[in-house]
Design a protein around this ligand. Structure first.
Ligand code: SF4
Ligand code: SF4
Length: 96
């Protein structure tokens, strides 16, 4: 890594979150669609590693989301339902 490159994992460590209840998750995915996805671009594209495909199931962690919108743009299969978190919930960028 050169001096100019940013270590995203270190930057993510400076963030804090106010996490809403799971039933209020601001992003959801449809398992049946993910199960037949031809490319899984969300896994490579999410800077916060919120998407993982484990034992034939998409495991999505809304809690770690930094609200960048990349998954919404990359998922051309109609699986991602995307909103900003409600109220004061979600990521805090004071130190990021
Ligand atoms: S790109 Fe969309 S359909 Fe494919 S695995 Fe990701 S969320 Fe699911
Ligand atoms: S909005 Fe960004 S950080 Fe959040 S899940 Fe999608 S790609 Fe990951």
């Amino acid at each position: 890594m050169t001096e100019q490159e940013v270590d995203i994992r270190k930057k993510l460590g400076t963030l804090t979150y106010e996490t809403d209840a799971e039933e209020n998750a601001h992003i959801t995915v449809i398992q049946e669609i993910c199960a037949r996805c031809p490319h899984y671009l969300c896994i490579a594209g999410c800077p916060a590693s919120c998407f993982k495909f484990i034992e034939n199931k998409m495991v999505f962690r809304y809690e770690d989301c930094i609200e960048c919108g990349t998954c919404y743009l990359m998922c051309d299969q109609g699986s991602v339902k995307w909103n900003f978190p409600q109220g004061s919930f979600g990521v805090k960028f004071e130190l990021g």
